[in-house]
Design a protein around this ligand. Structure first.
Ligand code: Z5A
Length: 207
């Protein structure tokens, strides 16, 4: 089973994935947790290029770095794990490219859909949990977390973007969820992590 978790900055994906991973393992599932960008050795080299605020980058260059990371990640990590019967939980995947590079940066959404098909050789998730919340709440959470960890808000290229940019991302994710309701499970991410976990487990039981 291939699960992905998506959402705007600070939606709580990492927290949610940690709880879901533990719950599935407690039920006896063999779970592989991974993320994009940076879920394979090549991706770990690409990730700092993509996230460093000091890195100036054309949006097409940015797109192809995300796609290169994904192509290698799918080939080296995700497909082999699925072939071994593991549950894969991935923090961000192709929907992030369409939300960020498409709805956020204004690149052609249908073209990005095809480029993702090409990069992944047609591998789309079985289920995508979309943690949805107002972007102001997510950014505030991320700011608080970064403060705790001694980072400044604008240390990442995406954190430094405007509120309007992040609002377009949220709308982009919701548009995709409406287009593929059989794949997406939209969760109200203003709720507590434990409530989100219970909703997700119930959803998994129902499919
Ligand atoms: N990107 C892209 O443009 N194109 C692509 O194709 C891909 C990605 C794959 C990766 O950033 C960036 O790359 C991302 C999109 C772009 N940039 N943005 N924005 P990243 O991997 O460094 O970070 P992220 O994916 O954006 O994660 P995040 O937003 O920073 O965090 P999160 O995992 O969603 O949240 P968290 O760390 O679990 O929680 C944040 C804080 O909130 C923390 O203090 C928690 O304790 C707290 N929290 C968590 N859940 C809750 C609930 N339910 N209630 C209250 N508080 C909570």
């Amino acid at each position: 089973m291939f699960l992905t978790v998506e959402g705007v900055e600070g939606a709580g994906k990492s927290t949610f994935i940690g709880l879901l991973e533990d719950a599935l393992k407690a039920q006896g599932a063999d779970v592989l947790r991974t993320r994009e960008p940076g879920g394979c050795a090549l991706g770990q080299q690409i990730r700092p290029l993509l996230l460093a605020a000091s890195q100036k980058m054309d949006r097409r260059a940015e797109l192809f770095l995300f796609l290169a990371d994904r192509a290698q990640h799918v080939a080296e990590v995700i497909r082999p794990a699925l072939a071994h019967g593991q549950w894969v939980i991935c923090d961000r995947y192709a929907d992030s490219t369409i939300a960020y590079q498409g709805y956020g940066r204004g690149m052609d959404v249908e073209a990005l859909q095809q480029l993702n098909d090409h990069a992944t050789d047609g591998l789309w998730p079985d289920i995508t949990f979309l943690l949805d919340l107002p972007v102001e709440v997510g950014l505030e959470r991320a700011l608080t977390r970064n403060g705790r960890e001694g980072l400044t808000q604008s240390e990442g290229r995406f954190e430094a973007e405007t509120l309007v940019f992040h609002q377009r991302i949220r709308e982009g994710f919701l548009t995709r969820a409406a287009r593929w309701p059989e794949r997406f499970c939209v969760l109200d991410a203003t709720r507590s992590p434990e409530e989100l976990l219970q909703s997700a487990l119930q959803y998994l039981k129902s499919v």
